[in-house]
Write a protein that binds this ligand. Structure first.
Ligand SMILES: Cc1cc2ncn([C@H]3O[C@H](COP(=O)(O)O)[C@@H](O)[C@H]3O)c2cc1C
Ligand SMILES: O=C(O)c1cccnc1
Length: 337
């Protein structure tokens, strides 16, 4: 798996142009960093317009139960909401001119009719309860990862010039906490947050589950073994999606806690892939903060969001477009009368 190399010369040329724009040196702050980053990613100054932005929501159930403020059935119900264009990310993506695709990676439909348009990348029905069993069967982590590679290929071949991973899966913040703690050597207490809004008793249960999962899994640094023991089909597929974006040289805006955990695992599988990722926003979940710090990524927005779905990242799209616009359209200091 060969990661593409961002164009350092384009970044240097962007910096030179930014310094010559009609403004005090450095006065556009982080926008200037993003403009240089995007120039390196696109290999051209100014970077191409971000006209085709795509959110892919990886939907699936996560075996842990009672760790969320909402029941497991919400995952399947939400898939229909995404299809109807009524989810949080659907509405916010509409404002940003981004498309949303939802895929059933591991949803448990409990006998209900399954919408055929979401099943092309189905891996399994639900993932295992990580405190008592492996999340995935042998070989499944790699299968799910390969689905993620294929999903990224489909979007990129379709013309995407920016990708956003989204998530839908009740219980998935528990899995993220376990994965991030395992990879970074942290304690459950450090990484367990309140997810959808659990109370103190719920958080105590979540802490116990993460602790049991970490003990059960033992010390494993192999990313596929980790995905098998503590992850989920959705996490493995999202990791594949992130890696393939880097292989194809397409920039990614990471979203919240699920994106952060998937990105940490993806970097283990493909070191250097993180050069293609930006952090769209800061979530309130502690494991995301640890993941972003480990990846050396500074979130663009900090709005106190804790939804997931890609909802935070999609709101950073206008900021990236702004970064491009200053390079494309501002005048030069040298032309001042
Ligand atoms: C209606 C609804 C819509 C959502 N959209 C994203 N999530 C988010 O919340 C869940 C993770 O939090 P926890 O680990 O506490 O279950 C995931 O489904 C995530 O995508 C939602 C949750 C709900 C209830
Ligand atoms: O910030 C997130 O990504 C998040 C937080 C809580 C629940 N689901 C997602």
């Amino acid at each position: 798996m060969r990661i593409a190399t961002p164009d350092a010369a384009a970044a240097t040329a962007a910096r030179a142009r930014l310094d010559g724009l009609v403004k005090p040196l450095g006065s556009l702050g982080r926008l200037e960093d993003l403009a240089a980053w995007l120039s390196a990613a696109h290999g051209v100054v100014p970077p191409r317009p971000l006209d085709d932005v795509r959110v892919v929501v990886f939907a699936g159930d996560h075996g842990v139960s009672g760790m969320s403020a909402y029941p497991r059935e919400v995952t399947a119900a939400m898939v229909r909401v995404f299809l109807a264009g009524k989810s949080g990310v659907s509405v916010l993506a509409g404002l940003a001119g981004a498309k949303v695709r939802v895929l059933d990676i591991a949803v448990d439909w409990d006998g209900a009719d399954v919408p055929a348009e979401v099943t092309a990348h189905k891996v399994r029905r639900g993932s295992g309860a990580i405190d008592v069993e492996d999340a995935l069967a042998e070989g499944e982590a790699r299968t799910a990862f390969e689905h993620g590679l294929a999903i990224a290929d489909e979007e990129i071949d379709g013309g995407a010039d920016l990708l956003i991973p989204g998530d839908m899966g009740i219980g998935n913040t528990t899995v993220c906490a376990a994965v991030v703690a395992s990879l970074l050597g942290l304690l459950p207490e450090d990484v367990v947050g309140t997810g959808t809004g659990i109370d103190e008793a719920g958080r105590a249960r979540k802490l116990a589950v993460v602790e049991a999962a970490l003990i059960r899994a033992g010390a494993t640094k192999d990313p596929f073994a980790l995905l098998t023991a503590l992850g989920s089909a959705c996490l493995a597929a999202t990791a594949g999606f992130l890696v393939q974006a880097a292989v194809r040289g397409v920039p990614v805006l990471l979203d919240g806690v699920f994106s952060g955990a998937a990105a940490l695992v993806a970097r283990e599988i493909a070191p250097g892939a993180e050069q293609w990722w930006l952090a769209g926003h800061r979530s309130t979940e502690p494991s995301q903060a640890y993941a972003l710090k480990a990846l050396d990524l500074e979130p663009i927005l900090d709005l106190g969001l804790r939804l997931g779905e890609g909802s935070g990242a999609v709101q950073a799209v206008p900021v990236l477009r702004a970064a491009r616009a200053i390079l494309a359209d501002m005048g030069l200091l040298a032309d001042l009368a």
